[in-house]
Design a protein around this ligand. Sequence first.
Ligand SMILES: O=C(O)C(=O)C[C@]1(C(=O)O)C=C[C@@H](O)C=C1
Length: 367
Amino acid sequence: MSTPSDDDALADARAQIDELDQRIHALINERAGIALKVAEIKQAAGRTDFYRPEREAQVLERVAARNEGPLSDEAAARIMREIMSACLALEKPMTVAYLGPEGTYTQAAVYKHFGHAVLASPKPAIGDIFRDVEAGNAHFGVVPVENSTEGVVTHTLDQLVGSRLSICGEVALAVHHHLLSHAGELGSIKRVVAHAQSLAQCRNWLDTHLPGVVREAVASNGEAARRVAGDATAAAIAARAASDFYDLPILASNIEDEPNNTTRFLVLGTQQVAASGNDMTSILVSIRNRPGMLYRLLAPAADAGVDLARIESRPSRRQAWDYNFFIDIEGHADDAPVRRVIESIEAEAVMLKILGSYPRSIGRDAE
Ligand SMILES: O=C(O)C(=O)C[C@]1(C(=O)O)C=C[C@@H](O)C=C1
């Protein structure tokens, strides 16, 4: 039971919160006013770089560095993320095309990276996102590129070969799968619908909890949620966002077999991003297949102490057994050691294209 003195203490604490809220609110609006000034400066100089990924990465990194709690670094960064998102929307409302429909993990990646003040525009296929940004219908695009259990999204890599877009950012997202259904209990479920990758990532859970129930693969988990929304004998595997969007109750959470399941997404745009101090550079290299070629290509990086974070090969489609290599180099293309490594790779390669230098993703924050 609460006593009069408890009630006083509560009222006093709430009065302090009200007072702080007022100050925080005034400070946020003061910040927004300065962001508008920044926009005017950019406009007067004829610049269109309202969104500055490297600056945002530095601001968010600083939040984590100075955070003393009790808020976690992630929670503090999330709040600042939304403040900057609202400030950017005042400067210039941004449209971001992504692999839809609503409720997909790619949509969660858009909001994690840009905050919720952008207009997120769902597209049915990866190629549509590239086309939308190239045509200027969207300022940026977000596509999945790699999953920690299922490997690369080959369609995204193949699209990068012929595209003139640059990679402006990356987003790592902890992918948690949830079972969404109006069924009320597992026993009533006759059918589970999801993207094939998600069905595969929850195989053990499904074998144990829904043995013998039909598994149906569809184009995306958002689509799965849409389909089961009107059928109380069906369940979808999807993100929490799909539960909100389609008003579908979560019957079981975190049903993925691999708890560290992470998907990496790329942010695509038309601008070159300046160095943030913690960057990654992605290049596309085509080589003539000769003995020792791959070694010759990669040795200069090892000699210079530059880290190659990832190397992925894809058939070039020019001729059989001819490959394109997607190489991720730690650092920015303007950093002297990285630039020298790129130059020495270029000297050996038939073709080299810098796909982009961009700030590394911060955390793998759960969606
Ligand atoms: O610093 C800038 O260039 C700004 O436009 C300000 C600001 C911010 O709110 O901090 C907003 C948008 C940019 O993406 C980066 C930062």
